[in-house]
Ligand binder design. Structure first.
Ligand SMILES: Cc1ncc(COP(=O)(O)O)c(C=O)c1O
Length: 381
């Protein structure tokens, strides 16, 4: 039986592409349709598709002119790509602590890390909760939003990912919408959009940030004296197959987000009677899109492994803890700040990321029953 995640036009669009003989030209132009629809859904002027949500961050930073000698402020509590993208751009990640209750970087912690070398701030909307971008923008530096885990999260009426200078999304298979691997950069700035597009498409000067214009027209480069590469770039273009699939997913995005919210809120509700579980707290006016239902085991009485073992013993289908802090990974240990980030250090070993993509009520109820039973086992207080 086909997964509930593939319930729309995925097959139809893939067949359209195959029936068209998989044309070399960008017809039927699923990348164009995907980009136009993404920009419309998120309310931005431009949306540029990519092979993944790490290349998107790399491109966004490079478009801002970030390079060797520059510093970019990032949180340490996140998936590694946030830091890796800064390193890919040749710059240095500088770590600002996260808030103990919302688990995301704040303007207060970022401000402390600004130096004359700081070229950008890259907050992460962790687990689906929008980072406080309007406050970060007031620090006067360009902001790239890593919104890989946050689709249609909101601050007031503003959509996460569209509140900074550039926003980055991932379509990797654990995300709200997917095509296996893929990503998108959004921006309202035509120069940044053009730079991002060139970067994704080998630095060709002839391409445009308009939807579906990631490839050059053969007629524009037929002449032998043609200059192709006005800039340096990578081939980070999303394939037509992935774009066809992603377009169908995007058409269902609101349903995917609603399902994640329903699951996330149910776990938070079940945790509300428990004194030692602290669910990720959304500040007033901030709407979580619940990539995961994240909570901190806010006690030394219930260690992570004991909780995990008890959940599995009762039939849980499993959950993740947080990634090691980026600067605690061997490959990035040389980046560890002289003073570690105390909140991130506290939260990381205590984090429980409950899944929010239970496609049926029965599966969700089963997992909730296990969760409630384990809370009772350890005692609510
Ligand atoms: C916060 C964050 N940033 C960046 C990425 C990188 O995205 P991708 O796997 O598409 O490269 C991910 C997810 O995988 C992520 O969770």
């Amino acid at each position: 039986m086909r997964s509930w995640r593939i319930a729309g036009n995925e097959e139809k669009y893939l067949m359209e592409l195959l029936d068209g003989g998989f044309p070399g030209k960008s017809e039927p132009n699923f990348t164009g349709r995907l980009e136009a629809r993404f920009a419309e859904t998120f309310g931005t002027k431009f949306a540029v598709s990519f092979t993944n949500g790490t290349a998107t961050l790399h491109a966004a930073l490079t478009a801002l002119g970030v390079g060797p000698g520059d510093e970019v402020i990032v949180p340490p509590l996140t998936m590694s790509s946030t830091s890796l993208a800064v390193l890919h751009a040749g710059a240095t990640p500088v770590y600002a602590d996260v808030d103990r209750e919302s688990f995301v970087m704040t303007a207060e912690t970022a401000k402390k890390k600004i130096t004359p070398k700081t070229k950008a701030i890259m907050p992460v909307s962790l687990y689906g909760l929008p980072a406080p971008v309007p406050e970060l923008k007031k620090l006067g530096l360009p902001v790239v939003e890593d919104s890989a885990q946050c689709f249609l999260g909101r601050i007031g009426s503003g959509i996460a990912g569209t509140l900074g200078d550039l926003g980055s999304f991932s379509f990797q298979n654990s995300k709200h919408m997917t095509c296996g691997e893929g990503g998108m950069v959004v921006t309202n700035d035509p120069d940044l959009a053009a730079a991002v597009r060139r970067f994704s498409s080998l630095g060709y000067g002839q391409i445009s940030p308009e939807p579906g214009k990631s490839k050059i027209d053969k007629n524009d480069i037929a002449a032998p004296e043609t200059i192709r590469h006005t800039h340096y770039g990578f081939n980070f273009r999303l394939s037509e197959i992935c774009a066809a699939f992603a377009l169908a997913q995007l058409e269902n995005l609101e349903n995917f987000v609603a399902l994640r919210r329903k699951c996330g809120e149910a776990f938070f509700d079940a945790a509300s009677s428990c004194a030692w579980l602290a669910p990720q707290k959304a500040p007033a006016g901030v709407e979580n899109s619940f990539w995961a239902a994240a909570m901190c085991l806010d006690t030394d009485r219930v260690p992570w492994h004991e909780f995990h073992k008890a959940m599995l013993a009762e039939g849980s289908d499993g959950f993740y803890g947080a990634w090691r802090l980026a600067y605690r990974e061997p490959a990035m240990a040389h980046l560890a700040p002289a003073e570690p980030c105390p909140n991130a250090e506290y939260l990381q070993p205590r984090m429980v990321q409950m899944k929010t993509h239970y496609g049926s009520q029965e599966e969700l109820d089963r997992e909730l029953a296990v969760f409630r039973s384990v809370i009772r086992k350890f005692g609510n207080r």
